[in-house]
Design a protein around this ligand. Structure first.
Ligand code: ATP
Length: 508
């Protein structure tokens, strides 16, 4: 029997600790103190990540007739990034604290005037978090107390640092020092630069791609001319992207090296882009549900028209309720014909298709669903993590940590557990089953320790099923095993055929 225990006070801390303890995620270069914004994936993590990628690739590319895949290089011609607008505009507003040398993203640094009886008596600041508003309010009350000002304190109004006037910039306290030590915001380009070839001058500058999407635009004609594709069709890619984020944070949510799964869906210039956009939003939402994210944690955020780039027709983000707040997981943008037009102009190579009906050429428009593998990884860990009180038959209560991962993405699908390590009849049968399952599935053989301990180990790793080879398997007719289900902890007896049928249905 199990009852959900209270979620740990700090779910993120619990997840980061489990990720390290069980080999999902490590800090990169940890023995040298780590490198901020970079992570390594351990043996369980790499399987989980691969499963997320494979599910997406299978559903997005192989199981659709209108999407093809490509893989483009990480370093592309630098002109790609000039044409795309990244060299001029892929930047975040950066603020320095002159004393502590801390750096902040201006749009993640919040402040408010402290107003007593209608008069501004000072300023307070706080970094973006779930509790920004409360922190600002508490700081305002504290400032009023410290200055011993009588009167009524107006509620704080949080604004981000990009909205501060020059005078306000000189008065707002740095979160690090409490004194007005902040610089005005300035643009910081997030692309990592490198040099190609032996020369390290301006002529050899190149960039690590900050998104995979440009690969699809630059290869649009190549794909069109080498494949029997017709509009509407999509080009998909999975690969690493790099952004020199000012404040990488929240574990793997915002890192400097991460992996994206992006697709450019090209449509006729007269097509109903709004309908197509909505269909893709729903497709993405359904896909997230199919890999086990709970509907209750998902929401949609439509970017306000006035904040969109001039060429953008609309962007909707699928948001996920992470332990640190509701944040973007998947962006679905309707980008018009902007990208292909930019590359046509910059390269001098037309990026048009011929319309049989009107006998005209036109530049296709595009819908772009773009998601980060690492953000999905964190979302499934956060949604799946639970601590429960479990009561055994003798009435003893113990805590179990369980990762409720969908069988589609779980790193290990089945654990094969011979009841006893030193009974050959049991271990032989277990090994035979293990060998057979291994051909198609990621399975683990574990004969170490009490069976209850082995179940707990698999619960923590997110393994949906354990199969125990016990005396009934070898002594009773039918060659059945005990199948123990992770979430309900229910045990049933199944045959090998039934086990394979279950896996075929649930792991796809
Ligand atoms: P954010 O506003 O959170 O910085 P973005 O709007 O810049 O994200 P896009 O450029 O639309 O993100 O990138 C598409 C997807 O790539 C995002 O929805 C996210 O899942 C992922 N992504 C972007 N930046 C990072 C990062 N630094 N670390 C991990 N994943 C990222």
């Amino acid at each position: 029997m199990s009852t959900p225990a209270a979620q740990p006070e700090n779910t993120m801390e619990a997840i980061v600790s489990l990720a390290k303890r069980r080999g999902f995620v490590f800090q990169s270069s940890e023995i040298y103190g780590g490198l901020n914004g970079f992570f390594d994936y351990g043996p369980l993590g790499v399987e989980l990540k691969k499963n997320i990628r494979d599910c997406w690739w299978n559903d997005m590319v192989r199981r659709r007739d209108d999407v093809v895949g490509i893989e483009t290089s990480i370093i592309m011609h630098p002109k790609v990034w000039e044409a795309s607008g990244h060299v001029a505009g892929f930047s975040d507003p950066l603020v320095d604290c002159k004393v502590s040398k801390n750096r902040y993203r201006a749009d993640q640094l919040f402040w408010s005037p402290v107003v007593v009886d209608g008069n501004v008596v000072g300023y307070v600041s706080a970094l973006e978090s779930e509790k920004t508003a409360e922190e600002l309010q508490a700081a305002a009350e504290s400032l009023k107390r410290k200055k011993a000002i009588q009167g009524t304190l107006a509620p704080v109004v949080a604004k981000d640092f990009t909205e501060a006037s020059a005078e306000q910039v000189s008065l707002i306290p740095s979160p690090a020092t409490g004194n007005p030590d902040l610089t005005p915001p300035r643009s910081f380009n997030m692309m990592f630069q490198t040099n190609v070839g032996a020369m390290t001058d301006a002529s050899s500058v190149a960039y690590l791609r900050p998104e995979t999407a440009q690969g699809m635009f630059v290869d649009f004609k190549n794909v069109l001319d080498s494949n029997r594709v017709k509009l509407p069709f999509g080009i998909a890619q999975i690969g690493k992207s790099f952004r020199n984020e000012i404040t990488p944070r929240n574990f793997i949510f915002r890192s400097r090296e991460f992996e994206q799964m992006e697709m450019e869906y090209f449509i006729h210039e007269d097509a109903d882009w709004d309908k197509c956009h909505k269909e893709w939003i729903e497709w993405c939402r359904q896909w997230l549900l199919s890999i086990g994210l709970p509907e209750s944690h998902l929401s949609l955020y439509a970017h306000p028209k006035e904040k969109l780039a001039f060429y953008s027709r609309g962007t909707v983000d699928i948001m996920f309720k992470y332990p640190f707040g509701v944040q973007e997981l998947w962006g679905i943008a309707a980008r018009g014909s902007y990208d292909l037009t930019q590359h046509a102009n910059a390269s001098g190579k037309p990026q048009e298709v011929f319309d049989e009906a009107s006998k005209n050429k036109f530049v296709p428009h595009v819908i772009e669903p773009a998601v980060g593998v690492d953000r999905i990884f964190l979302a499934v860990l956060a949604a799946g993590y639970a601590e429960e009180d479990v009561t055994d038959e003798k009435g003893n209560v113990e805590k179990r940590t369980v990762l409720r991962l969908s069988p589609r993405i779980a790193p290990v699908k089945v654990a094969i557990l011979p009841l006893l390590k030193n009974k050959e009849l049991l271990t032989n049968r277990a090994k035979a089953l293990y060998t057979k399952l291994k051909r198609n599935y990621a399975v683990q053989y574990d004969d170490g320790g009490a069976i209850g301990k082995r179940y707990r180990r698999q619960d923590e790793a997110g393994t949906p099923w354990c199969v125990t080879i016990d005396f009934d398997t070898i002594e009773k007719p039918g060659d059945t095993f005990t199948l123990r289900e992770r979430d309900s902890m229910k045990q049933t007896r199944v045959t090998e055929t039934e086990l394979f049928a279950l896996l075929a249905e649930q792991v796809y």
